[in-house]
Design a protein around this ligand. Structure first.
Ligand code: HEC
Length: 205
């Protein structure tokens, strides 16, 4: 794949077809090691810029894994989340997550047997389709509100997650979400997904 990419970028920059032929020949002749050697060497540093600080890296390092790794300190309750939601989310997602101009966030029906593939009327939402509660934290913190992503604090995000999970009847109305409690929430769709352990080749189309 890499040598294909190298060949394609070569198409863009090579002046002559013979250079392309040469690149192909050398890539196939060198086999696996062609990947690295076909790439041009890094240019000399220009002497501009500086190393990113730990604080700058931390700001960008916001991914949360399914098992909760990456969740920041903080906490939030369902009641707190209801307030933030009314102010920052309801206009697009509906007063109680039922959906308005945009996606609904609440759905409890997954059909008799998780029939999403055959029943187009089943809405896919947090409550009936998402396998991990932690993804709700990652996504909300990263991407919402739609027009002001990156503006929520961790406490606001934990409270919103608590509120949305409560609307979906997954946690109790007095639940508090934090880095310890959130990964323990078992989503109804949790066992409907499997890890994709295919290794490439013919099985991957
Ligand atoms: C301006 C409108 C708008 C506001 C305000 C907004 N959202 Fe969204 N939200 C969207 C849109 C549009 C999408 C779909 C984005 C996409 O598919 O790329 C979305 C998707 C989502 C999803 C994923 C839904 C799914 O199942 O795919 C969640 C969860 C969510 N928003 C939570 C929130 C929360 C929490 C807030 C308040 C902090 C919020 N949103 C505020 C427009 C909005």
């Amino acid at each position: 794949m890499r040598s294909l990419i190298a060949a394609i970028s070569c198409i863009a920059i090579c002046a002559s077809a013979s250079a392309l032929a040469q690149a192909r020949a050398s890539a196939s002749a060198q086999g696996a090691t062609a990947d690295k050697s076909a790439r041009p060497a890094n240019p000399a540093p220009l002497g501009i810029g500086r190393a990113a600080t730990a604080e700058e890296i931390n700001k960008l390092d916001i991914d949360v894994m399914p098992d909760g790794r990456g969740l920041p300190p903080g906490r939030g309750s369902v009641a707190e989340g209801a307030k933030v939601y009314a102010e920052k989310c309801a206009s697009c997602h509906g007063k109680s997550g039922e959906g308005a101009t945009f996606e609904r966030l609440v759905a409890t029906d997954a059909g008799k047997n998780f029939d999403f593939a055959t029943n187009a009327k089943l809405p896919r939402a947090v409550g009936n389709y998402w396998p991990y509660a932690t993804t709700l934290y990652d996504y909300t913190y990263r991407a919402m509100p739609f027009m002001q992503p990156g503006t929520l604090t961790p406490n606001e995000t934990y409270s919103l997650v608590a509120y949305i999970l409560a609307l979906n009847k997954i946690v109790a109305d007095d639940a508090v979400m934090d880095a310890a409690t959130l990964p323990k929430v078992k989503m109804p769709a949790r066992d409907r997904f499997v890890i994709d352990n295919r290794r490439g080749g013919k099985v991957v189309k």
